[in-house]
Design a protein around this ligand. Structure first.
Ligand SMILES: [Zn+2]
Length: 61
């Protein structure tokens, strides 16, 4: 499991980094499409910030 915080502080999670980019893209296009985030932005953020949550976090329930 991998997790990353969006620019708006929302935490999104997926099974791997590639999926994480897709999930983050879905979230961004739904929550704040006006920010004009590109795939490069998303990939960069996942590469820089994604981490393996140590235990099952509250949002996974
Ligand atoms: Zn967001």
């Amino acid at each position: 499991m991998r997790a990353v915080r969006c620019w708006c502080d929302e935490l999104v999670a997926a099974e791997n980094d590639q999926r994480l980019v897709e999930v983050l893209r879905d979230h961004v296009s739904e929550a704040h499409p006006d920010e004009g985030r590109t795939d490069d932005d998303l990939r960069e953020r996942v590469a820089a910030e994604a981490e393996e949550p140590e235990e099952k976090p509250p949002w996974a329930y």
